[in-house]
Design a protein around this ligand. Structure first.
Ligand code: NAD
Ligand code: UPG
Length: 498
């Protein structure tokens, strides 16, 4: 059993603290938000995370997990692992705002110095931080603590909200980076209950490698989504189906099936922020990350393309239309609305003059805090009443059980815009709904063939290009390739006049 103190009891800190206690360690979780700590002391979870309440309760009862606002007691423990899991949000220029992190570390180092505790302090940076931050932390702590009495480790977190307990307890890998053997030894001991079950601990010798691994993983995953959303746009134009495409492309073992689901664009507290942070520090280093920049721009386009899709489905301008927006969290399984696509969609709908009633099984309260004045229904049927269209923005399982026959009677128009390809399109169309998904068309586009200019039989002059039809720009009705009949082809110059 090791003594562990976690600074920052948010999505990552609370899950980490509770799961480490479950592995047998003695954990104190600290947060500067007294309301959060008081709630936890009463057994109230500050976040929606399936299974978390049980882990917290179990370890609270076993006296392995406690909460507080003051880290001084924990910092007096001779041998201590101090895990820093405070937020590192985007600053105004897109770079990571590290003020909370440096302030937490500086305060902890000061308290440690004042405690005059012997033993070794391992400071573990779990927050996602730009490359070079851990080294800056090391320099900051070195001003307060004696050399050899502490070490710095980078230990980025890869958990996903909604399945955080599973991700923590059955990780694909645990990454730890440090130049300090004492620091790495502490990490081996901390994670021994997981590594002994075969979960891999990837040790890297430089703080910078570990910091960079976290950004590389997130940029990689976000890029897959960015790509598949671009493919979805193309699929819509040509009548292809992006879900079938993802299944087939993902069956290639070199590509793999995960993170190929098209949707309204990625959101959450990590991908958008981490892509911005990477592009910011990479540019500062003189090695611009053009791919990450392009993924950010493509994702913005994707989010803002959704209002036009809704308008097309409604078949009329959105001004004065009533829209039911189902799903406000950035994905299912969480109450987190940070950078949720629903936020951009709502603001585009409002800007177009629509009136919106929103619903989410978990995130309604958080959403209302971010968007004061938004109308949030407490039940799906209340959101659907008199709607001209229903928009599915998050793939909550609850939406699969909606009685669409009954819903049709409540709605003003039977229109469903399913931005997660979550529902069964065929059944809804059979029920009389106009259905739009992402990257798939309810009805195929008109057949398109290449422009065809019949050549006279006999010897052909191949020095000329086969068609002299003027080059076309932009989308063309009926698909990207136009079919001419003979008269039209002549007018277009594709076939010489007789
Ligand atoms: N949310 C995720 O799924 C996830 C996954 C992997 C990594 N991360 C990274 O982990 C970090 C934390 O993310 P989060 O989503 O848990 O953030 P969060 O906002 O949910 O939690 C951060 C907590 O830190 C507290 N805090 C701020 N300053 C403090 C201080 N000086 N002392 C003690 N507590 C303090 C805040 O009150 C808040 O409760 C970020 O760097 C994030 O990028 C997040
Ligand atoms: O095929 C997919 C997969 C995801 N998404 C979207 O991508 C966003 C992020 O989803 P997900 O990765 O599941 O959620 P997070 O909880 O933000 O987790 C990511 O960000 C965390 C914080 O860095 C990392 O720890 C995780 O490994 C990483 O998956 C959400 O808007 C999803 O709807 C898609 O659109 N299509």
């Amino acid at each position: 059993m090791l003594n562990v103190c976690v600074l920052g009891t948010g999505y990552v800190g609370l899950v980490t603290g509770a799961c480490l206690a479950d592995l047998g360690h003695a954990v104190t979780c600290i947060d500067i938000d007294p309301a959060k700590i008081e709630g936890l002391a009463r057994g109230e979870m500050p976040i929606y995370e399936p299974g978390l309440d049980e882990v917290v309760a179990r370890n609270g009862e076993a006296r392995r997990l406690s909460f507080g606002v003051d880290p001084s007691g924990a910092l007096g423990e001779p041998d201590l692992i101090l895990i820093v899991a405070v937020g590192t949000p985007s600053g105004e220029d897109g770079s990571a705002d590290l003020r909370a992190l440096f302030s937490a570390v500086d305060q902890a180092a000061g308290l440690r110095a004042a405690s005059q505790a012997g033993g070794h302090l391992t400071i573990v940076i779990k927050s996602t931080v730009p490359v070079g931050t851990c080294r800056a932390v090391e320099a900051m702590v070195a001003r307060r603590l004696k050399p050899g009495s502490f070490s710095i480790v980078s230990n980025p977190e890869f958990l996903r909200e909604g399945c955080a307990i599973e991700d923590f307890t059955r990780p694909d890998r645990i990454v730890v980076g440090s130049a300090s053997e004492a620091g790495l030894a502490a990490m081996r001991a901390l994670y021994a209950p997981l590594t002994s079950q075969g979960f891999p601990l990837v040790e890297v010798g430089a703080l910078e490698t570990s910091e960079m691994i976290k950004y590389a993983a997130n940029v990689f995953l976000a890029t897959r989504i960015g790509l598949v959303n671009e493919f979805a746009q193309i699929c819509e134009r040509v009548g292809a189906d992006v879900d079938e495409l993802s299944r087939a492309v993902g069956a290639d073992r070199r590509i793999g099936p995960a993170f190929l689901k098209a949707g309204p664009g990625f959101g959450g507290s990590c991908f958008p922020k981490d892509l911005r942070a990477l592009t910011s520090f990479a540019a500062d280093l003189g090695c611009p990350s053009e791919i990450a920049g392009a993924v950010i721009a493509a994702n913005e386009r994707q989010k803002h393309a959704m209002a036009a899709k809704i308008e097309e489905a409604v078949g009329a301008r959105l001004c004065g239309r009533r829209i039911a927006l189902l799903g406000l969290a950035f994905k299912a399984g969480t109450d987190d609305v940070r950078e949720a696509p629903a936020l951009s969609i709502l603001s585009d709908l409002i800007a177009a003059g629509a009136s919106v009633t929103a619903y989410d099984p978990a995130a309604g309260e958080h959403f209302a805090r971010l968007v004061p004045g938004v109308r949030i229904a407490d039940r799906i049927d209340r959101a659907l009443a008199d709607a001209d269209a229903v928009v599915i923005a998050t793939e909550w399982p609850e939406f699969l059980t909606i009685d669409w026959m009954a819903a049709r009677l409540l709605m003003r128009r039977p229109v469903i815009v399913d931005l997660r390809n979550h529902l069964e399109a065929k059944r809804l169309i059979a029920l009389g709904f106009t259905y739009r998904g992402v990257g798939r068309h309810a009805s195929p586009l008109p057949v398109s063939l290449p422009a065809y200019a019949p050549q006279p039989m006999g010897v052909q002059d191949i020095s000329e290009p086969p068609s002299r039809a003027p080059a076309r720009r932009g989308p063309v009705a009926g698909g990207p390739i136009r079919v001419f009949d003979q008269d039209e082809a002549r007018r277009e110059g594709a076939v010489p006049a007789e």
